[in-house]
Design a protein around this ligand. Sequence first.
Ligand code: SF4
Length: 257
Amino acid sequence: MAAAAIPLLEIEQVPAPAEPHKDASALTTVDGVTIDPREVAAQLEGLSAQDTIAWAIETFHPRLRFAASFQKTSSVTVDIVSKLVGDPNFFYLDTDVLFEETYTTRDALAARYGIEFQRFAGISLEEQAQLYGDSLWARQPDACCGIRKVEPMREALAGVDCWVSGIRREDSQTRAGAAKFGWDKRFGLWKLNPLADWNESDVWDYINEHEIPYNPLHDGGYPSIGCTHCTRPPGAGGDSRSGRWVDAHKTECGLHG
Ligand code: SF4
């Protein structure tokens, strides 16, 4: 008997956000404060990461969420945020195929700072295989990221006004123009990138100075760490993210549009 056909899944099939997208240039009022995104981005450009995050906490908390990937920038963000606010809303996306070292880093940071990282996840790996076949990440990585990252991200960001990422302009060409603040069209809320202008030395100097737990895979040749199936040490001459999805024409998981 012929095997049942496995349906193709397109990332566009992931449900659209409930809220219509706003114009990125629109003025928006939050708790009586009017935000002009271009003006704010320009002002934040000259501020430290600490002052940038402090502004976001003052403006948006508690409708503000901090994403944690448990890479080196998460270590920095957790330390800064924990010194600024007592009840930070941290979350992470558990794809169920993260490295063991990533989970131990989560636990080490949680213990050190006394915080909880709220977990968001998509359907189980078993259900994904039943619906779309084995190893979707190898055949349709955009669809796999849509299920395991983008859709849980929508859930994580529901009901908040701003989220905070750890991306840096130095990460890759696709991130070189990242503003410190702007409207996130994909998820329909504000996005803050307080470490956008940090370089590699800035990150490690901060981690070492404050003796913060960090993902040990960074010491094993992984400058960028995602899922086990899609992360390799980068080749010679590649940027820090060139070890991600090495067998696919893909540079982002769909969280940073
Ligand atoms: S990084 Fe790979 S395994 Fe992880 S969600 Fe994306 S395609 Fe799937």
